[in-house]
Design a protein around this ligand. Structure first.
Ligand code: BDR
Ligand code: CA
Length: 313
């Protein structure tokens, strides 16, 4: 049976691939998408999300506009450097679609409360919407079977030496979510950097001849250009597509390798703010709360993208 999910996005090139993967996978029922400030401002992340659904011929997926600022650090937005990995607006035609009326946080609360406790949350941007929903209506918690997050880093950060972007942009929100008491899977940079998509793979995606394959090829090539220039990976001509790996981990959990450990988020450190502090040796005496992915299966990931993005609505 298909897994019901809500994808919370700050679209973004890799969020776009995640959206297409979730929308087109026969193993996922995409209940809706919520947008958040992150890779770019909320107007653009919402427009980009709608562009993706219109492009792949799925205008029926509801998109709900969410939080426009981090919980406690509005200045973080200015610290986010304009990125050639994402740009502001995606390289897809402007959309004629509109977001649903109302706020994403209220829709999340209403949808979860009305559910049978069978909707997995998949945040792949800063955790502002999810944390706000938990704070506003804690009764949603028992309704959440699992939260699968793209975020965090143990070995090395990307926004700072210590921190990964999604957690760094809103560390207070991330701290609320990882400590919320529900099952959490974190797909951090340690895993996403092990599953790169190459220039040759982009050619294969384009050759699928589908709208999703064409868009994914475009975004992967844009990402490779940005990564090679600004954050080279262990091999050139290939880039992570972080958010899509989190979606694939729902379809096939074996695409990542996890350890169940205590994880918390640093909100105070001058050099370490936004760090996911991983207690691999249980020194904190805290119980494990997070299934933290330290590795990923690149071949399986790319094969899944080629299979799913070769489909049409
Ligand atoms: C995360 O940050 C964003 O730029 C990407 O969309 C991804 O969710 C990677 O650090
Ligand atoms: Ca993202």
């Amino acid at each position: 049976m298909a897994t019901k999910i809500i994808l919370d996005v700050d679209t973004g090139t890799d969020d776009a691939v995640a959206l297409m993967t979730a929308a087109l996978s026969p193993d996922i029922q995409l209940v809706g998408a919520t947008t958040v400030n992150g890779n770019t401002g909320i107007d653009s992340t919402t427009e980009n999300t709608l562009r993706v659904f219109e492009w792949i011929g799925m205008p029926q997926v509801p998109v709900h506009r969410g939080m426009s600022r981090p919980l406690a650090r509005p200045q973080m937005q200015q610290l986010n450097p304009a990125s050639r990995i994402h740009g502001d607006l995606l390289d897809l035609p402007p959309t004629t679609l509109k977001p649903q009326p109302g706020h994403a946080v209220d829709w999340l609360i209403d949808t979860l409360l009305a559910s049978d406790g069978d909707i997995t949350l998949v945040p792949v941007g800063p955790l502002t919407n999810i944390a706000t929903a938990i704070q506003k209506e804690p009764a949603i918690l028992p309704k959440i079977p699992e939260i699968v997050i793209m975020g965090g880093a143990h070995d090395h950060g990307n926004s700072t030496a210590s921190a990964e972007f999604n957690i760094w942009l809103d560390p207070e929100a991330a701290r609320i979510v990882v400590n919320c008491g529900r099952p959490i899977r974190l797909v951090p940079l340690d895993a996403t950097h092990r599953a790169l998509v190459s220039t040759e793979d982009a050619g294969r995606l384009r050759a699928l001849g589908t709208p999703a394959g064409e868009a994914a090829a475009r975004f992967v090539l844009q990402r490779i250009d940005g990564y090679d220039a600004t954050q080279p990976m262990h091999r050139a001509g290939a880039a992570p597509v972080h958010d899509a790996l989190a979606v694939c981990a729902i379809i096939d959990p074996s695409v990542i390798t996890t350890q169940f450990i205590p994880v918390d988020v640093e909100t105070g450190g001058e050099l370490s703010v936004g760090r996911t502090v991983c207690d691999f040796r249980f020194r904190s005496r805290r119980p494990a709360n997070v299934h933290f992915a330290m590795d990923a299966d690149e071949r399986k990931f790319v094969a899944m993208l080629l299979d799913i993005l070769g489909r049409t609505a």
